[in-house]
Design a protein around this ligand. Structure first.
Ligand code: NDP
Length: 250
């Protein structure tokens, strides 16, 4: 991780899926820049424990919460819990996401629903409760991790593409709703990033996808995190409703 130029001292950030992959890099970049971080995860205790161990020097500034972002009641409970720990939430990073790929003719309804519920319902649930708090403070930064799949529409990803396009549309509406309260809502769209998320690619598939990227390499999670921090910063005050592509030119 390179030295970061942002100062988030005194700010509180929520990062969903914040203990692994891209989310972990975002949590760690925010911690390095002085923020207090509530990192959430769905169930991978090993990754959460590794995160806690690796970030032990900053232990007073982070807490980990396990819940399903698709579960509205669980999200509400989470926000009630953090209300006892902090007066404000300046930053929400909607990063938690899943894929359940299959061509439409073979796509099982439960895999359609799981992806839409986690990726799209989850963003709504998390944003709804964050917005209440940010409106009162008249300040906030909401950054949602979408995907080029939502724009390009990769084969076998109709559920994922629909959820990711939905995140962008959701963000555009939200950006208009909150703009006059000092709150911005933007998306970051990472290309192929080397995390567990794409570990199931066969060597041939990975080679093919790498060949689609003008830079001829997959991105790193910290390269995505750097862009998230920009959009989460006070300095990005006039960027609203935008999608920042971090794709190596895909
Ligand atoms: P990972 O699979 O490495 O990590 C996903 C994270 O999301 C984990 O922390 C996981 O928790 C959490 N999560 C998953 N489902 C839920 C849920 N229902 N409730 C709460 N948390 C959940 O993925 P990446 O880091 O690669 O991806 C992060 C985001 O970036 C996703 O939104 C993805 O769509 C997007 N993205 C990724 C790309 C890539 O190439 N990697 C490309 C474009 C976009 P746990 O650890 O407990 O399982």
């Amino acid at each position: 991780m390179q030295t970061l130029i942002w100062d988030f001292s005194g700010q509180t950030a929520i990062v969903t899926g914040g203990t692994r992959g891209i989310g972990r890099a975002i949590s760690e970049a925010l911690l390095a820049a002085g923020a207090r971080v509530f990192a959430t995860y769905a169930g991978n205790e090993q990754a959460a424990a590794e995160f806690a161990k690796a970030n032990a020097p900053a232990a007073t500034r982070f807490e980990l919460f396990r819940f399903d972002v698709a579960d509205y009641a669980a999200v509400e409970t989470f926000y009630c819990e953090i209300d006892s720990r902090t007066d404000s939430v300046e930053i929400l990073v909607n990063n938690a996401g899943i894929r359940r790929d299959a061509v439409v003719g073979m796509l099982r309804p439960e895999n359609w629903q799981a992806v839409i519920r986690t990726n799209l319902d989850g963003v709504f649930h998390m944003a709804k409760f964050a917005v209440h708090r940010m409106m009162q403070a008249r300040y906030g930064r909401i950054v949602t991790i979408t995907s080029p799949s939502g724009k390009i529409g990769f084969e076998g990803q109709a559920n994922y593409a629909a959820s990711k396009a939905g995140e962008v549309a959701f963000t555009r509406s939200l950006a208009r709703e909150v703009a006059r309260r000092g709150i911005t809502a933007n998306c970051v769209s990472p290309g192929f990033i080397d995390t567990d998320f794409i570990r199931d690619l066969t060597p041939d598939q990975a080679k093919g996808y790498r060949g689609m990227v003008p830079m001829r390499r997959f991105g790193r999670a910290d390269e995505v995190a750097a862009c998230v921090l920009f959009l989460a910063s006070r300095e990005a005050a006039y960027v609203n409703g935008a999608t920042l592509e971090v794709t190596g030119g895909l």
